[in-house]
Design a protein around this ligand. Sequence first.
Ligand SMILES: [Zn+2]
Length: 327
Amino acid sequence: MHAKTHINRRTLLAGMGAAVTLPTLRTPAFATGAVLDVVATTGMIADTAREIGGDLVNVRALMGPGVDPHAYRQTRTDILAMARADAVLWNGLYLEAQMEDFLADLARKTPVTAVAEQIPEAELVAHDDYTDRFDPHVWMSPRLWIHAANAIADALGAAAPEHSETFTTNAQAYSIRLGELDDYSSHSLATVPSRSRVLITAHDAFNYFGRAYGFDVIGIQGISTESEAGVNRISTLVDMIVEREIGAVFVESSVSDRSVRALIEGAEAKGHSLKIGGELYSDAMGNPGTYEGTYIGMIDHNATTIARALGGAAPARGLNGRLMAEG
Ligand SMILES: [Zn+2]
């Protein structure tokens, strides 16, 4: 894999001739090509590793758009890729619950790093269901994700010590962009009227978001409209939606449509208009090759969509003017 990249580069450079001024690429060591094969579990980790590794790394993400990391189990191809990799990066905190045993085993032969577990414990949110665990959805806070970026730089630097300075420099530059993303999210979301700062969405992925930006987060997954308890819960939620003048609920691919419809109908019956505020990225990014298919684009999309749907002000195309127009 390394050799192929190397030859391609050399051929390219030879073809360009010595007199041609080479364009400035992201990493100073561009002429040597990639030196590390890296495997990352989630798209968010893979994208961050590409930002930090630049042309020095080949990064493969195991989980694509729409893939649920809580349920994902490694395939035979994944196992081969991980066994051959110079570094394997995963989230940890029991996000990849079905891969835990395999990764523990792999760690005896291959350098394996749980990037979310490098975040200081004091900054983690307790898990909803397990008293001795933490919520794994740390990427929902760009500030916290800076810790993950640094952990990735350390892991790459350990695998290729001759380039560790480049990785550290790139991580610092990327952290500045994450800080800007956090500032943008913070300012945009602060324009939502405080009584409407409630995020009603499908599953429990948004606790770090809620803590970072002062939103109450309510998951509606699993509410049955058939049981009496479910009907009571819907009715309580509708009352709160009307009282706090919440204009929108949000969907993820895994959301129960029926619960959302029950909320919208319930609010309508009380003369309150409630709409679907858009689809949010929770555990996976958008399509590769799109802005939403990057970590920064994913968070920009979420913050911009939430702010605009709940009565706040944010530019339609987001922080970098690159978000897809709303459909
Ligand atoms: Zn999740």
